[in-house]
Each structure stands twice: as C-alpha cells, then as structure tokens.
Write a protein that binds this ligand. Structure first.
Ligand code: ZN
Length: 280
C-alpha cells in the first residue's frame, strides 16, 4: 500500500507534467473505483489548466485554474504513470487517462480498485469529509513538538495506536510509525499522554527524519523508475526495524543472544517491530 513518502514521491513525479498544463482530454474507462467516479469528471476538467499539485496526508490534490480540485487517493494498489508521448494502449487496469496540451498522458492504474478520484472546489475542500478530520500533515509547519504533545496529552492509549490515528497526525502508516518510534527510542507500548516535552521533540524529529529519508530513497528510485515504464508510486527503502524480527537492530548495543533482537508485537491487529532494550 502506498504510504505518505510514496504519495509525496508521486506528487513530485507528476508535478512537472501537470502543473501549468491544460487538460485536452480525460478518458474514464470504469464507472467506479472505491466510490463512483464523478460522471462529469471529463466535462469539468477538459480545457481547464492545472495550477498546482499538492498533498494532504495520502491524498493528492490537483488544483485547477477555475477553482475545481481533483482529489486522488491511490488506495491499496493504485499507481500513476507519466507518458510524455506515445502512451501504450491501455490495459484492463488502466482506468483513467488525463491528457495534457503537451501531449503527455498521466495514467491512473489500479488493479484492486480501492483508489479514489473525486471532485471538489477550492472553497469547500477543507471541509471535505475525507480531509476535514485529518490532523496535521507530518511534513507541514503545523506539525511540531508542542502540537503533537498537546494532541497526546491525557491519552492512555499506547503511543503506537495514537500515531496510527489520522486525527492526531495524518498519513502515517504502520511502517513509518514503527520506524519513528525506534529512531526516537520510545516504546510502542508507552502511554501516549506521557510523550511530552523532550520525548515529543525527539518523536517529531524522528517522524520528519524517517519520512525525509524515505522520500530521498523514493526520489532515487523515481529516476530509475520513470523510464522505461514510467510508473510512479512504489520503491524499496531500507527499514531499521520493520519486518526484521529476530535481527540485530542498527546502532543498538543490545546483545542479540540475550534479547532475541528486534521483537514483534501485535497491537490493534497490526504488527509492531521494536527493540525492547533501546525503546522505553
Ligand atoms: Zn536493540
């Protein structure tokens, strides 16, 4: 499933092809993905210019010059491809093509169809039901140690669960929560309300750092990825603890013979990977 760094990588990959381009055609080949596609999608977009492409958590927002905003979510398996010219004949999972006046095709592909493409307007986008309850984006200026501490204060749930709650911080998935807790040496079981002061500072810095590293890795693979198949959206990234049960954790002094290395714990039905010695 695409996580926030991947969506940000997609945004950066799409921006040069989309920003300031006028859409000359929009081909929709399926009536619905996760939800029905707007029946007037093509009508609303053709002849309209893309002003900019932004991201809110895992949602891509395409801001059009007339105020129209396209909301795109990649779901479980969605990805976007940029064909500067000569796009191949669409396959059965290629559901939407956005064609620009430069002749580029931006293609939305989604085998499992859990993705979404919706329409809204600049005046109402902040109140959209998918976006209005989201907490601050971890890469935005609204996300800082004081704000995180304020949102965690008084909560008795484990910090792992709190960070997965999109109303507290938006767009962090299981992988990046595990990695951020490891980097800030905070136990996933720690009571959320106790993550204040220095701990909140360490956690904020860790979240930003882990995401920045992943985006940098995505940028690297993006360059390798754009040609020849043009696909944007997935990349390999080296994780410190995620998926590494029983291994030694990087930069840690724990004796793997005694501790068993990185441990796996199930919290709220999801696997948590952590070092019980380093993370308190
Ligand atoms: Zn360790």
């Amino acid at each position: 499933m695409p996580e926030l760094p991947e969506v940000e990588t997609v945004r950066r990959g799409l921006a040069p092809a989309l920003e300031n381009a006028t859409l000359t055609a929009v081909q929709v080949r399926i009536p619905k993905l996760r939800w029905p596609l707007p029946p007037d999608l093509a009508e609303r977009l053709i002849g309209n210019r893309v002003e900019r492409l932004t991201r809110r958590a895992k949602y891509l927002l395409v801001h059009m010059s007339d105020g129209c905003v396209v909301i795109i979510h990649l779901g479980m398996s969605g990805h976007m491809t940029v064909w500067p010219e000569d796009a191949p004949t669409p396959g059965r999972h290629d559901h939407i093509d956005f064609v620009t006046d430069a002749g580029a095709v931006i293609r939305f592909t989604d085998p499992r169809r859990f993705g979404a493409v919706l329409l809204d307007h600049a005046d109402t986008i902040d109140d959209h039901k998918l976006l209005s309850k989201l907490g601050p984006d971890p890469l935005s200026n609204q996300f800082n140690a004081e704000e995180l501490a304020r949102r965690l204060k008084g909560r008795s749930s484990p910090i792992k669960a709190a960070l997965m709650d999109q109303r507290i911080v938006a767009g962090l998935g299981n992988i990046y929560v595990c990695e951020s807790l490891f980097r800030s040496a905070i136990s996933p079981k720690r009571k959320s309300g106790t993550v204040q002061g220095k701990r909140a500072e360490a956690l904020t810095a860790a979240i930003r750092g882990v995401l920045a590293d992943a985006i940098a890795a995505g940028g690297t693979s993006l360059r390798d990825h754009v040609s020849p198949d043009g696909t944007l959206g997935y990349f390999q990234h080296q994780f410190s603890v995620y998926g590494r049960q029983g291994e030694a954790c990087p930069g840690c002094t724990c004796d793997i013979e005694k501790t068993g290395g990185i441990q796996r714990l199930v919290q709220a039905g999801r696997s948590t990977f952590y070092c019980s010695r380093r993370q308190r």
